[in-house]
Design a protein around this ligand. Structure first.
Ligand code: WT7
Length: 667
């Protein structure tokens, strides 16, 4: 090959973890050198049984030991880890620490209003969790039942999740930014028996009508028998349906003491988490108990270099996988302290996150680049007011971190003294796929670096479907063998699981992302190769948004694409063709359509721009050519390539004109 495909690598030196990081470690790291990492990695791929068995015994408390490390493969899709073992995730995250370190903080909850912040020790956490488990148990919620949780990011959400896991039931957390319609779809898809929620939420000083959103959904959720309502604000006006809705504090009064955790099989589901894919309906990704828990514990410990006395602040929401794995199951399975933040980085001012870091002497801070971009733009002057010298590892998650934001994070927040971990993974992976192990893997800003143990990464040529060998190459990122925390299925739709992840390239797990591998074997994630858009770290399906737009009576067709955006990473542009244009007020129509998306999916899915066009570009078989719309939206209309194969090539010029008039006019 005459030129390098990995441009960044050409002028990019490896950057070792700064010396100061090691001085701040409470004890030596778990891996001593990059050579040891390579050795361990090799063993994890070549001999997974030998590699994982001792780790699973060490990090997890088993009620019954497992008999076999792994079974199944990526061809058949019937994956299993730690077979015939029995355990309870809540016991692993709460009880064993409540016995050994009862007074250690488990959760530090920073509420939106700082004055309401509180700490729960492991002992207190056990007490609170037991109460909720008993309420659910009393309601007849049993092992294998599904329970929906619609809660903002606060300690009650964590208590609710653990309480569900304690009785062997399956939690399905629904991000508290979702609309009633989305709650209804998710609750019904999982046939949830109960729902745990709160009266109202508090975010950025505003009150959010959480219970009302649930009520609107519950009218059409026949499986939900009981609803547990935490009084977050105590608003006396909250509607409570007799015989269905019960207040958390009042029910809890009936119970005290200990309820034993229910042992479940390693492969019993621990939770469902709905995520967007290429098609219109969200998928309930299924994570099972033992493998997931081990993946969470292992990556938290090794990638971040977490020791018992460390304080991890994952500034992500429990409604997404980051909150599940790195605010709850990772830190608590290791018995460390997790900081849970209910509010926004902007309230009461842009110094809030740094105030939290200083107040609790946070050692590990984990956040999405979209928040860093906001803080760089709006909150620069707040940083120096706070002492951030407790920090040791800074993590980035959810979208590519550009080298300039990486440098900013490193210099302004880390003061050049921290390890930066750009962690690449997904809802389906359960835990980190690719990330630089703190103190061990040197960084290249903008690259997530090397795969974690057991993650057999490769690149595939999308045309031939064959693996691309060697370095300095680019392709579709895939994984060659199963790993413990891999999603096992899509709830009630294993065919969809196979078709989305395992059938596209038989024998491989397909991530949906494109990537390059440079001469040092480092991975550079390029972004999704399917119809998934990442807006402010929220994963959205373009098809899902199109389905909402098309519901409007005057819309004949729509196509949604993602464009790059300075603040939100990607932003949504929706192209819409109308049935009738006569007498239509375009501005009103735009507002209506945006409102409809906010209402049907949630505010975070709202298009940044809606372009009304006479026609959409289509192939002869009637497929909309989103690629052309993507180019036009990125000001690359001069690089459309051959459009003569379209059924309606004449449409393109009109669309370019509509875009330049309507998009620019909106800016
Ligand atoms: C998609 C998964 C990872 C947990 C939160 C999001 C993108 C994630 C990175 C990263 C580049 C990233 C990928 C992935 N992504 N992390 N460090 N660098 N891209 O989980 O909602 O399931 O989204 O987020 O495109 O496939 P998710």
């Amino acid at each position: 090959m005459s030129h390098s495909v990995v441009h960044e690598a050409n002028n990019c030196e490896k950057r070792p973890t700064p010396e100061e990081f090691f001085k701040r470690q409470p004890e030596p790291g778990f891996i001593k050198s990059i050579d040891e990492y390579h050795e361990m990695y090799k063993k994890s791929i070549e001999d997974p049984e030998e590699f994982w068995a001792p780790l699973a015994k060490d990090l997890i408390s088993w009620d019954k030991p497992f008999e076999q490390v792994t079974s199944g493969d990526l061809k058949t899709g019937n994956v299993g880890w730690f077979l015939n073992g029995e355990l309870n995730a809540c016991y692993n995250c709460v009880d064993r620490w409540a016995f050994s370190t009862p007074d250690k903080p488990a959760i530090i909850c920073e509420n939106d209003d700082e004055a309401q912040s509180h700490v729960l020790t492991y002992k207190e956490l056990l007490y609170e969790v037991c109460k909720v488990s008993q309420i659910l148990d009393d309601w007849g919620v049993k092992k294998g039942d599904t329970v929906a949780i619609y809660m903002p990011m606060n300690s009650q959400a964590i208590i609710a999740m653990l309480a569900v896991a304690r009785i062997g039931a399956i939690h399905s957390v629904i991000f508290a930014g979702f609309s009633s319609g989305s709650i209804k779809d998710r609750v019904n898809n999982a046939s949830c028996k109960a729902l745990i929620t709160c009266d109202e939420g508090k975010r950025g000083g505003k009150t959010i009508n959480i219970k009302k959103l649930c009520d609107d959904a519950l009218d059409n959720c026949p499986t939900v028998e009981k609803v547990l309502v935490y009084k977050r604000t105590g608003n006396p006006e909250i509607f409570m349906k007799e015989g269905r809705d019960y207040f958390w504090d009042e029910e809890a009064k009936n119970f005290s003491g200990y309820i034993p955790p229910v042992s479940v099989n390693s492969e019993d589901p621990l939770f469902l988490l709905y995520t967007s894919g290429s098609t219109g309906t969200p998928k309930g990704v299924v994570h099972t108990t033992a493998g997931y828990l081990l993946g969470a514990a292992m990556t938290t410990k090794y990638i971040f270099d977490i020791h018992a006395q460390d304080i991890l602040f994952t500034a992500g929401d429990v409604g997404w996988i980051t909150g599940h794995t790195y605010a709850l199951y990772g830190p608590l399975s290791l018995g460390v302290t997790s900081v849970v933040f209910e509010g926004t980085p902007a309230y009461p001012d842009y110094g809030r996150l740094w105030a939290i870091v200083e107040k609790h002497a946070v050692t590990h801070f984990y956040i999405a680049p979209t928040a860093l971009r906001l803080l760089r733009k709006a909150g620069e002057d707040q940083i120096d007011k706070y002492n951030l010298s407790s920090l040791r590892t800074l993590g980035s998650v959810g979208e590519p971190i550009s080298p300039d934001i990486w440098e900013w994070f490193n210099e302004r927040i880390g003061k050049d003294q921290c390890h930066i971990a750009d962690t690449y993974w997904q809802t389906e992976s359960g835990s980190h796929f690719i990330a630089p192990i703190a103190g061990v893997i040197p960084n290249k800003p903008g690259s997530a670096s090397l795969p974690f143990f057991g993650i057999d990464t490769c690149l595939i040529d999308p045309v031939s479907g064959k693996e691309i060998e060697g370095n300095d190459v680019e392709g579709v990122l895939a994984i060659k063998s199963t790993w413990p925390s891999m999603a096992r299925s899509v709830w009630k739709n294993h065919t969809k699981y196979m078709d989305t992840y395992l059938n596209p390239y038989p024998g491989y797990y397909f991530t949906g992302d494109g990537a390059a591998r440079d001469n040092d074997g480092y991975y550079w994630i390029r972004g999704r190769v399917d119809d998934v858009v990442n807006v402010s770290g929220h994963r959205l399906s373009t098809a899902e948004i199109e389905a909402v737009l098309i519901e409007f009576h005057n819309v004949s067709e729509s196509a949604v694409v993602g464009i790059s955006d300075d603040l939100t990473g990607q932003a949504i542009v929706a192209y819409v063709a109308l049935k009738e244009t006569e007498g239509v007020n375009i501005e009103d129509l735009r507002k209506t359509l945006i409102l409809q998306v906010r209402k049907e999916i949630g505010p975070f899915a709202a298009p940044k721009s809606i372009i009304i066009v006479p026609d959409l570009p289509k192939t002869r078989s009637g497929k909309i050519m989103r690629r052309i719309l993507r180019k036009i939206s990125s000001y690359e209309a001069d690089q459309l390539g051959d459009i003569t194969t379209l059924a309606n090539p004449q449409s393109v010029e009109g669309i370019i004109e509509c875009f330049s008039q309507q998009f620019v006019a909106k800016k």
